[in-house]
Design a protein around this ligand. Sequence first.
Ligand code: 6R9
Length: 635
Amino acid sequence: MSYYKIDSLEQYFKHYNKSIREPRKFWGKIAEENFTWYQQWEKVVDFNMAEADVKWFVDAKVNIVKNAIDRHLARRGNKTAIIFEPNNPDEPALHITYNELHQRVCKMANVLRAQGIAKGDRVCIYLPMIPELAVAVLACARIGAIHSVVFAGFSAAALATRINDSDCKMVVTSDGGFRGNKTIGLKSIVDEALQSCPSVKSVLVAKRTNDEISMHADRDIWLQPLLDEASDNNVAEIMDAEDPLFILYTSGSTGKPKGMVHTTAGYMVYTAYTFKNVFNYEENDIFWCTADIGWITGHSYILYGPLLNGATTVMFEGVPSHPDFSRFWEVIEKHRVTHFYTAPTAIRALAKENIDYIQPYPLKSLKVIGSVGEPINEEAWHWYNDHVGGKRCPLVDTWWQTETGGIMISPLAFITPTKPTYASLPLPGIQPVLMDEKRNEIEGNQVTGSLCIKFPWPAIARTIWGNHQRYKDTYFSTFPGKYFTGDGALRDEVGYYRITGRVDDVVIVSGHNLGTAPIEDAINEHPAVAESAIVGFPHDIKGNALYGYIILKETGESRDRNNLANEINMMISHQIGPIAKLDKIQFVNGLPKTRSGKIMRRILRKIAEGDFSNFGDISTLLNPEIVEEIKDGRI
Ligand code: 6R9
């Protein structure tokens, strides 16, 4: 019996139970039957949770790119691996076959080696969403260099911090990048960053915008001429199962960014397995994840997960609003996309626009739609389900984190009955538990608590680069022996999980624990509201009171603000209780968001508290200018 693919709900429960009773047999069999190895493992898993030490497939030897590309060539050489859809809809899309991808990755791997990059070296990749990005990532993995992709929207300061934290030896970038109607001068950002990055010896520069840039002699080299000269014969590096594959910095909504380290074999097995089962991917499907490869979602579900399954994956350079709000729907029709995976923040932004942007698109090619990145509120869930999924595509709300490497709690498309706003059931191998304030495990159903995972899974991050102590402190000390996610969750009467938001987003008002997410849900149901964010602020009597930042829809703009505020509070009162009413409501034009769509609540909290002294690092914000605007409008 094979465990790689789950075909029914009954089988899910069977596999799940097996994975808990006999995790070694379960993962060992999956690893053995679905991947090619240079050498088998001595042990499937070895761990000490208290020390935050986890190893999977101990002593096995493998190369993830051999599995993601070479392994498919005999059967799928002429199949499209990557569809590249450019920012400008008039520029033709590229279809890169597995053969072509193999050739490009081998050439790039040879270029990297010729430039002195060897196994274990860190390479920072700062590229827009163009094929060179995928090729650079895979070429690093092929030769065992550790890739550290930095989202090409980060500032020079944020880039420099990340380069220096892991002492990258090389940066791969481009002259610039296109995003909507903007052109971003990436190379000049790199130039600025490198003024304070002594570890970087060379910079490879791809051409995208053809803008004039400055090239520093002895450091900067145009990439294309090197590729043209390079051989496409490349012998992949033999990697240990636990050799680091990549470093990825978490979005940094709190404190200094953490360089999460993922290793080779466990990450490979888990991303492949979860991709196959959560999305129920079949051979000729076209999978589109709209994330940027600069985020974990792009690593795991644009590149590794799909390619490990021999899938066709779409890489989109642009943004949902360019040239207009039909862009996503147009791309789905154009490439007959079957699987569409995006974030609630994008859904809400699109739902806010005129329905005429989506209505002309039948979207009949779609089979499965997915959500990731934050809790999806009820209204957005229904809009997505009705207008994009046509009420016929399963909507998989996938809960996971940079640290978890792959999807942890999610419906399996066509198998798990979905329930709005619920991530539903854990994947096989995942043992979620809810913990109370006294650090006890909460048994039974219809309960809420802090979400922990009590047994390691193959793709768990192994450490924070250069700081194992911080890794241990952050994830394994709050609830000793368990991995603490930082999220709160509710387990309903049938055992489905709903992620209620970061535990640090809980506000205690008059002794009541109030999660901000359900209050925001209630507010967002008001027809005039587009989006909202709630934080706590100190209150003499209640301990804390609630401050709401609210963005109105265009239709709400003309309404009287006092009336609106009253209506909103009545809705909260009705849905959650008078305890959750907002003491202050500020109508705003935007919320400070990180590029993965997370609201940077610490800033909103400071503004609500009237403390404008130090907002800390806001370089990771998509819209830093909104901070001043909100501050000026504080009530
Ligand atoms: C994959 C990714 C992780 C945090 C996580 C949680 C939130 C992600 C979610 C979700 C509710 C979902 N989150 N998916 N919350 N439902 N389906 O987003 O990784 O950027 O590290 O963020 O995002 O709070 O802890 P990352």
